[in-house]
Structure formats: C-alpha cells, structure tokens
Design a protein. Structure first.
Length: 70
C-alpha cells in the first residue's frame, strides 16, 4: 500500500493548474478546497470527491465507489 502522503501529492498535482486551491486538515486527512468549497479529501488509502449530481449514478457503477453519508 502506498503512503497517504503519496495520494495527497497526487491530488496536489492534479489540482495544480487551478488558481484558488487551499489545503486544510479535516476528516482525519487533508481536504482540498477550490474557491472555498470542499472538492477532494484524501485520507489513508481512500479519497472523497465532490461529484456532479448529473453523473452521480454513473460514477457509482465504478469499482469501489460509493456515496458518502455524514
């Protein structure tokens, strides 16, 4: 298993082209805020992503994807 920091670094690289990204410690990991809104949270070997509601059902068909219930 790769380290949590490896996953977090990959998220940083994926969001690097955006002008307004802020990192915060939350949910037991690192959350990435884009224009003040939670976009992605990475923790251990899991990642939580904000998904467009129009494609939510389609994304759930992918392996290991599920809806987060808080």
């Amino acid at each position: 298993m790769k380290s949590p920091e490896c996953l977090i670094q990959r998220v940083r690289q994926a969001l690097a082209h955006l002008p307004s990204v802020e990192e915060k410690k939350m949910f037991g990991g690192t959350a990435f805020m884009v224009e003040g809104k939670l976009c992605i949270a990475a923790r251990h070997d899991r990642i939580m992503c904000r998904i467009d509601p129009d494609i939510h059902e389609e994304v759930l068909e992918k392996k290991a994807c599920g809806t987060v219930v808080m």
